[in-house]
Design a protein around this ligand. Structure first.
Ligand code: 18C
Length: 258
């Protein structure tokens, strides 16, 4: 893993303000807005194609079975609720590259191709090979922002990280040993604070973080549907449990970050 230089979290972190003059900004802004709207849509009561495939306590995962030219591209939507951390903390550890190796179990190497701003990076990642399929890589921008519009009642604050595939002439797809996957991912987090009867200071016991994680991965080349669905079924719950556990652990002895 290539570690980044230190990025200072400035006051305007999450506003995208430093990234607004970048050629990728219109795409980043559009995809983030669309993905947030999509994440906020419910999964319905089974009527709109979402099937639950993992149900472990507060963590629920749904998929819609979709194939394009025989390739599995099942959209995933997961909901989780964890105690003791804020939306910003949950997004911070997902976004900042220096922590990725600690929680991302399918990662082989992560390279930062560009720092657009403190809240927007371009990554090239190689992932572990699943035998006998070819190894995969992914080239995507990642952006973290604070959400101020349309917050659900009772929400203290909301942050998101959106990841979306992009292109770089210097790194064309399928040119080496890897097949390029294409992904669209959003992690939406909301902090809820338990009201205190007295005005005593907030502690971690008063915090709840509501999480929605949506992902669509195009595997890039044909792979047997049954093998792919078996990987999804195993890897997504593993990821979300490990990731949320990691953030709780990282935060427990640190001051609360809003
Ligand atoms: O969102 C997540 N992570 C972010 C930061 O890394 C980012 C990256 C997403 C990439 C996800 C795709 C990874 C492909 C990995 C292939 C190998 C997986 C199995 C390894 C087993 C040891 O947004 C969290 C991502 C959580 C990932 C869940 C697994 C998704 C599987 C996708 C399969 C893609 C095709 C693999 C081809 C195999 C053919 C049989």
């Amino acid at each position: 893993t290539v570690l980044p230089e230190t990025v200072n979290i400035s006051e305007d972190f999450g506003t995208g303000s430093q990234a607004k003059s970048h050629p990728l900004w219109p795409n980043i802004d559009k995809v983030c807005t669309e993905q947030l709207r999509y994440a906020r849509e419910g999964v319905g009561e089974g009527g709109n194609g979402w099937q639950i495939f993992a149900d472990e306590g507060e963590m629920k995962m749904y998929k819609r079975e979709e194939e394009v030219n025989g390739m599995v591209m099942d959209p995933l939507k997961a909901c989780h609720v964890v105690k003791g951390v804020t939306a910003r903390e949950m997004c911070h550890y997902f976004f900042m590259p220096e922590y990725r190796n600690d929680w991302e179990t399918t990662l082989e190497e992560c390279t930062i191709l560009e720092k657009i701003s403190s809240d927007a990076f371009v990554f090239l990642q190689t992932h572990k090979r699943v035998w006998p399929a070819s190894q995969r890589d992914a080239l995507f921008w990642s952006h973290m922002r604070k959400i101020t519009d349309g917050l659900e009642e009772g929400t203290h604050d909301s942050w998101v990280v959106c990841n979306n595939s992009t292109e770089r002439e210097e790194y064309p797809p399928n040119s080496g040993k890897c097949i390029r996957i294409f992904l669209t991912v959003i992690l939406v987090c909301q902090t809820v604070i338990e009201k205190k009867p007295d005005n005593s200071p907030i502690t971690r016991d008063d915090l709840t973080c509501k999480i929605t994680y949506c992902s669509v991965v195009n595997p890039g080349g044909w792979a047997p549907a049954s093998a792919l669905r078996a990987i999804y079924k195993r890897e997504y719950p593993k990821f979300l449990k490990r990731y949320t556990g990691y953030v709780i652990d990282q935060c427990k002895d640190k001051p609360i970050m809003f």
